[in-house]
Write a protein that binds this ligand. Structure first.
Ligand SMILES: *[C@@H]1O[C@H](CO)[C@@H](O)[C@H](O)[C@H]1NC(C)=O
Ligand SMILES: *[C@@H]1O[C@H](CO)[C@@H](O)[C@H](O)[C@H]1NC(C)=O
Ligand SMILES: *[C@@H]1O[C@H](CO)[C@@H](O)[C@H](O)[C@H]1NC(C)=O
Length: 280
Protein backbone atom coordinates (compact mmCIF):
# COMPACT_ATOMS: atom_id res chain seq x y z
CA UNK A 1 0.00 0.00 0.00
CA UNK A 2 2.77 2.45 0.75
CA UNK A 3 5.21 1.37 -1.91
CA UNK A 4 6.24 4.59 -3.54
CA UNK A 5 9.19 5.69 -5.61
CA UNK A 6 10.00 8.30 -2.99
CA UNK A 7 10.19 5.92 -0.08
CA UNK A 8 13.37 4.22 0.75
CA UNK A 9 12.19 1.79 3.39
CA UNK A 10 15.00 2.72 5.71
CA UNK A 11 13.61 6.14 6.28
CA UNK A 12 10.51 4.91 8.04
CA UNK A 13 12.42 2.35 10.00
CA UNK A 14 14.96 4.91 11.09
CA UNK A 15 12.25 7.19 12.28
CA UNK A 16 10.60 4.49 14.31
CA UNK A 17 13.68 3.07 15.89
CA UNK A 18 15.34 6.34 16.67
CA UNK A 19 12.31 8.19 17.86
CA UNK A 20 9.50 6.04 19.06
CA UNK A 21 11.35 5.43 22.27
CA UNK A 22 11.14 9.10 23.26
CA UNK A 23 7.55 9.00 24.46
CA UNK A 24 5.95 6.12 22.64
CA UNK A 25 4.89 5.97 19.03
CA UNK A 26 2.75 9.09 18.93
CA UNK A 27 4.02 10.86 15.80
CA UNK A 28 5.44 13.63 17.99
CA UNK A 29 8.46 13.56 15.73
CA UNK A 30 6.40 14.79 12.78
CA UNK A 31 5.39 18.08 14.40
CA UNK A 32 7.02 21.19 13.00
CA UNK A 33 7.38 24.59 14.63
CA UNK A 34 8.64 25.64 18.05
CA UNK A 35 10.33 22.91 20.04
CA UNK A 36 10.05 20.48 17.14
CA UNK A 37 12.01 17.26 17.52
CA UNK A 38 13.03 17.73 13.90
CA UNK A 39 15.18 20.64 14.97
CA UNK A 40 17.25 18.48 17.30
CA UNK A 41 20.46 16.80 16.19
CA UNK A 42 19.23 13.18 16.05
CA UNK A 43 16.88 14.15 13.21
CA UNK A 44 19.62 14.18 10.61
CA UNK A 45 18.73 10.84 9.06
CA UNK A 46 15.01 11.59 8.86
CA UNK A 47 14.47 12.44 5.26
CA UNK A 48 11.98 15.19 4.46
CA UNK A 49 10.65 13.07 1.60
CA UNK A 50 9.78 10.24 3.95
CA UNK A 51 8.01 12.60 6.34
CA UNK A 52 6.11 14.06 3.42
CA UNK A 53 5.15 10.56 2.32
CA UNK A 54 3.54 9.88 5.71
CA UNK A 55 1.56 13.10 5.32
CA UNK A 56 0.46 12.21 1.78
CA UNK A 57 -0.75 8.80 2.97
CA UNK A 58 -2.74 10.59 5.70
CA UNK A 59 -4.31 12.90 3.13
CA UNK A 60 -5.36 9.95 0.96
CA UNK A 61 -6.68 7.86 3.83
CA UNK A 62 -8.63 10.78 5.29
CA UNK A 63 -10.05 11.69 1.86
CA UNK A 64 -11.31 8.13 1.46
CA UNK A 65 -12.41 7.31 5.01
CA UNK A 66 -12.60 10.54 6.98
CA UNK A 67 -10.20 11.51 9.78
CA UNK A 68 -10.23 8.15 11.52
CA UNK A 69 -6.59 7.03 11.34
CA UNK A 70 -3.81 8.80 13.23
CA UNK A 71 -0.44 9.82 11.82
CA UNK A 72 1.10 7.62 14.52
CA UNK A 73 -0.73 4.52 13.24
CA UNK A 74 0.10 5.41 9.63
CA UNK A 75 3.79 5.72 10.51
CA UNK A 76 3.77 2.38 12.31
CA UNK A 77 1.94 0.61 9.45
CA UNK A 78 4.19 2.18 6.80
CA UNK A 79 7.21 0.97 8.75
CA UNK A 80 5.88 -2.58 8.86
CA UNK A 81 5.17 -2.51 5.12
CA UNK A 82 8.62 -1.07 4.37
CA UNK A 83 10.20 -3.97 6.27
CA UNK A 84 8.07 -6.48 4.36
CA UNK A 85 8.75 -4.87 0.96
CA UNK A 86 12.49 -5.08 1.65
CA UNK A 87 12.39 -8.80 2.31
CA UNK A 88 11.61 -8.90 6.04
CA UNK A 89 8.72 -10.44 7.88
CA UNK A 90 5.38 -8.79 8.69
CA UNK A 91 4.35 -8.29 12.31
CA UNK A 92 1.37 -7.18 14.35
CA UNK A 93 1.00 -3.44 14.73
CA UNK A 94 -1.16 -2.49 17.71
CA UNK A 95 -3.52 0.20 16.41
CA UNK A 96 -5.52 3.02 17.93
CA UNK A 97 -2.63 5.20 19.10
CA UNK A 98 -3.28 8.91 19.11
CA UNK A 99 -1.06 11.70 17.82
CA UNK A 100 0.69 13.75 20.46
CA UNK A 101 -0.40 17.29 21.19
CA UNK A 102 3.19 18.52 21.47
CA UNK A 103 6.74 17.48 20.62
CA UNK A 104 8.57 15.42 23.20
CA UNK A 105 10.61 17.59 25.56
CA UNK A 106 14.10 18.12 24.19
CA UNK A 107 15.53 16.70 27.40
CA UNK A 108 13.86 13.39 26.51
CA UNK A 109 15.23 13.51 22.99
CA UNK A 110 18.73 14.11 24.31
CA UNK A 111 18.29 11.10 26.62
CA UNK A 112 18.00 8.84 23.59
CA UNK A 113 20.99 6.64 22.98
CA UNK A 114 23.34 8.22 20.48
CA UNK A 115 25.09 6.67 17.54
CA UNK A 116 28.30 7.15 19.54
CA UNK A 117 26.96 5.24 22.58
CA UNK A 118 28.58 2.05 23.81
CA UNK A 119 26.71 -1.16 24.63
CA UNK A 120 26.41 -0.35 28.35
CA UNK A 121 24.60 2.90 27.60
CA UNK A 122 22.34 1.23 25.03
CA UNK A 123 21.46 -1.62 27.39
CA UNK A 124 20.64 0.83 30.19
CA UNK A 125 18.41 3.07 28.05
CA UNK A 126 16.54 0.16 26.50
CA UNK A 127 16.00 -1.33 29.95
CA UNK A 128 14.22 1.82 31.08
CA UNK A 129 11.70 1.02 28.28
CA UNK A 130 11.44 -2.64 29.30
CA UNK A 131 13.37 -3.69 26.22
CA UNK A 132 15.96 -6.37 26.98
CA UNK A 133 19.34 -7.11 25.39
CA UNK A 134 17.81 -9.37 22.76
CA UNK A 135 15.33 -6.61 21.82
CA UNK A 136 18.22 -4.15 21.63
CA UNK A 137 20.22 -6.26 19.20
CA UNK A 138 17.14 -7.19 17.14
CA UNK A 139 16.02 -3.57 16.81
CA UNK A 140 19.58 -2.48 15.97
CA UNK A 141 19.22 -5.00 13.13
CA UNK A 142 16.83 -2.49 11.55
CA UNK A 143 20.08 -0.93 10.32
CA UNK A 144 20.11 -3.70 7.70
CA UNK A 145 18.47 -0.91 5.71
CA UNK A 146 19.02 2.75 6.39
CA UNK A 147 21.59 5.47 6.13
CA UNK A 148 23.62 7.57 8.49
CA UNK A 149 25.00 11.09 8.30
CA UNK A 150 28.80 11.50 8.60
CA UNK A 151 28.38 13.52 11.80
CA UNK A 152 26.86 10.42 13.44
CA UNK A 153 30.08 8.43 13.14
CA UNK A 154 32.82 11.06 12.82
CA UNK A 155 33.66 10.26 16.47
CA UNK A 156 35.34 7.10 15.09
CA UNK A 157 37.60 8.65 12.48
CA UNK A 158 40.76 8.25 14.54
CA UNK A 159 40.23 4.48 14.87
CA UNK A 160 42.89 2.37 13.27
CA UNK A 161 41.04 0.10 10.84
CA UNK A 162 40.84 -0.03 7.06
CA UNK A 163 37.05 0.06 7.24
CA UNK A 164 36.92 3.20 9.38
CA UNK A 165 39.54 4.84 7.15
CA UNK A 166 37.25 4.17 4.18
CA UNK A 167 34.30 5.72 6.05
CA UNK A 168 36.40 8.76 6.93
CA UNK A 169 37.78 9.18 3.45
CA UNK A 170 34.30 9.07 1.89
CA UNK A 171 33.11 11.67 4.38
CA UNK A 172 36.08 13.91 3.69
CA UNK A 173 35.09 14.08 0.04
CA UNK A 174 31.46 14.83 0.94
CA UNK A 175 30.44 15.32 4.56
CA UNK A 176 26.75 15.45 3.61
CA UNK A 177 26.74 12.09 1.88
CA UNK A 178 24.46 9.47 3.38
CA UNK A 179 26.36 6.35 4.36
CA UNK A 180 24.69 2.95 4.02
CA UNK A 181 24.52 1.35 7.45
CA UNK A 182 24.61 -2.14 5.96
CA UNK A 183 27.59 -1.84 3.65
CA UNK A 184 26.97 -5.24 2.04
CA UNK A 185 23.26 -5.32 1.08
CA UNK A 186 21.96 -1.84 1.91
CA UNK A 187 18.48 -2.25 0.44
CA UNK A 188 17.66 -5.76 1.61
CA UNK A 189 16.26 -6.72 4.97
CA UNK A 190 18.59 -9.61 5.86
CA UNK A 191 21.25 -10.76 8.35
CA UNK A 192 24.18 -9.08 6.58
CA UNK A 193 24.11 -6.29 9.16
CA UNK A 194 25.16 -8.89 11.74
CA UNK A 195 27.79 -10.63 9.61
CA UNK A 196 29.20 -7.16 8.87
CA UNK A 197 29.52 -6.54 12.62
CA UNK A 198 31.39 -9.83 13.00
CA UNK A 199 33.85 -8.50 10.39
CA UNK A 200 34.25 -5.11 12.08
CA UNK A 201 32.12 -3.37 9.44
CA UNK A 202 29.54 -1.66 11.63
CA UNK A 203 29.12 2.04 10.83
CA UNK A 204 28.02 3.59 14.12
CA UNK A 205 29.85 3.05 17.38
CA UNK A 206 26.48 1.90 18.72
CA UNK A 207 26.41 -0.85 16.08
CA UNK A 208 29.99 -2.06 16.31
CA UNK A 209 30.09 -2.04 20.12
CA UNK A 210 27.38 -4.71 20.18
CA UNK A 211 30.16 -7.20 19.45
CA UNK A 212 32.35 -5.83 22.25
CA UNK A 213 30.08 -6.69 25.18
CA UNK A 214 29.32 -10.26 26.24
CA UNK A 215 25.69 -9.34 26.97
CA UNK A 216 25.02 -8.50 23.31
CA UNK A 217 27.74 -10.32 21.38
CA UNK A 218 26.09 -13.74 21.71
CA UNK A 219 22.89 -12.29 20.22
CA UNK A 220 24.78 -10.76 17.27
CA UNK A 221 26.38 -14.15 16.62
CA UNK A 222 23.04 -15.92 16.99
CA UNK A 223 21.27 -13.66 14.49
CA UNK A 224 24.25 -13.81 12.08
CA UNK A 225 23.84 -17.58 12.00
CA UNK A 226 20.05 -17.88 11.93
CA UNK A 227 17.97 -15.48 9.89
CA UNK A 228 14.70 -17.05 11.07
CA UNK A 229 15.59 -16.17 14.63
CA UNK A 230 16.38 -12.58 13.62
CA UNK A 231 13.21 -12.17 11.54
CA UNK A 232 10.97 -13.57 14.27
CA UNK A 233 12.65 -11.60 17.03
CA UNK A 234 12.63 -8.36 15.05
CA UNK A 235 8.88 -8.78 14.55
CA UNK A 236 8.33 -9.49 18.26
CA UNK A 237 10.52 -6.56 19.36
CA UNK A 238 8.79 -4.15 16.95
CA UNK A 239 5.41 -5.17 18.36
CA UNK A 240 6.78 -4.57 21.87
CA UNK A 241 8.14 -1.18 20.78
CA UNK A 242 4.78 -0.33 19.24
CA UNK A 243 3.07 -0.90 22.58
CA UNK A 244 5.23 1.61 24.45
CA UNK A 245 3.47 4.71 25.64
CA UNK A 246 4.59 7.99 27.09
CA UNK A 247 4.10 8.85 30.75
CA UNK A 248 0.56 10.11 30.18
CA UNK A 249 -0.61 7.05 28.26
CA UNK A 250 -2.46 7.21 24.97
CA UNK A 251 -3.60 10.83 25.03
CA UNK A 252 -3.86 13.08 22.02
CA UNK A 253 -5.89 13.46 18.88
CA UNK A 254 -6.08 12.35 15.27
CA UNK A 255 -4.36 15.12 13.34
CA UNK A 256 -6.90 16.19 10.75
CA UNK A 257 -5.19 18.84 8.63
CA UNK A 258 -1.62 17.68 8.43
CA UNK A 259 0.66 15.28 10.25
CA UNK A 260 2.98 18.25 10.77
CA UNK A 261 0.62 20.34 12.92
CA UNK A 262 -1.78 19.68 15.74
CA UNK A 263 -5.43 20.46 15.10
CA UNK A 264 -6.37 24.09 15.32
CA UNK A 265 -2.95 25.38 14.34
CA UNK A 266 -2.35 26.91 10.95
CA UNK A 267 -0.33 24.85 8.54
CA UNK A 268 1.96 27.38 6.91
CA UNK A 269 3.51 29.26 9.78
CA UNK A 270 6.98 27.84 10.09
CA UNK A 271 10.03 27.67 7.89
CA UNK A 272 10.22 23.96 8.61
CA UNK A 273 6.88 23.45 6.91
CA UNK A 274 8.12 25.25 3.86
CA UNK A 275 11.28 23.20 3.91
CA UNK A 276 9.27 19.99 4.06
CA UNK A 277 6.91 21.08 1.33
CA UNK A 278 9.71 22.37 -0.89
CA UNK A 279 11.68 19.17 -0.76
CA UNK A 280 8.68 16.91 -1.20
C1 LIG B 1 17.22 18.89 11.77
O1 LIG B 1 17.88 19.62 12.79
C2 LIG B 1 18.75 20.63 12.30
C3 LIG B 1 19.43 21.26 13.50
O2 LIG B 1 19.91 20.31 14.37
C4 LIG B 1 17.96 21.64 11.49
O3 LIG B 1 18.83 22.61 10.95
C5 LIG B 1 17.21 20.92 10.35
O4 LIG B 1 16.40 21.84 9.67
C6 LIG B 1 16.35 19.80 10.91
N1 LIG B 1 15.74 19.03 9.82
C7 LIG B 1 14.42 19.04 9.59
C8 LIG B 1 13.95 18.13 8.49
O5 LIG B 1 13.65 19.72 10.23
C1 LIG C 1 30.24 3.65 28.10
O1 LIG C 1 29.91 5.02 27.94
C2 LIG C 1 29.66 5.67 29.17
C3 LIG C 1 29.13 7.06 28.86
O2 LIG C 1 29.92 7.70 27.91
C4 LIG C 1 30.94 5.68 30.00
O3 LIG C 1 30.71 6.32 31.24
C5 LIG C 1 31.38 4.23 30.24
O4 LIG C 1 32.64 4.21 30.90
C6 LIG C 1 31.51 3.48 28.93
N1 LIG C 1 31.72 2.05 29.23
C7 LIG C 1 32.59 1.30 28.57
C8 LIG C 1 32.65 -0.13 28.98
O5 LIG C 1 33.30 1.75 27.68
C1 LIG D 1 33.44 4.62 0.01
O1 LIG D 1 33.16 4.93 -1.35
C2 LIG D 1 33.57 3.95 -2.27
C3 LIG D 1 33.32 4.50 -3.67
O2 LIG D 1 31.97 4.88 -3.80
C4 LIG D 1 32.83 2.64 -2.01
O3 LIG D 1 33.25 1.64 -2.91
C5 LIG D 1 33.11 2.22 -0.58
O4 LIG D 1 32.34 1.06 -0.30
C6 LIG D 1 32.72 3.32 0.39
N1 LIG D 1 33.10 2.94 1.73
C7 LIG D 1 32.19 2.61 2.64
C8 LIG D 1 32.71 2.21 3.97
O5 LIG D 1 30.99 2.62 2.43
Amino acid sequence: MVKNKYLRPCQCIESIICFVVVQGCDASVLLTGDGSELQLPPNLTLQPRALQLIESIRAQVHAACGPVVSCADITALATRDAVAFSGGQGYDVPLGRLDSLAPAPSSAVFDLPQASSNATTLIDVFQTRNLDNVDLVALSGGHTIGKGHCSSFSNRFSEDSAFVRSLASNCSSDFNRLQDLDVTTPDVFDIKYFTNLQQGKGVFTSDQKLTADWRTEWVVNGFAGNHWWFFGQFAASMTKLGNLQGPQGNVGEIRRNSCFVRNGQSILTTTSDEGLAASA
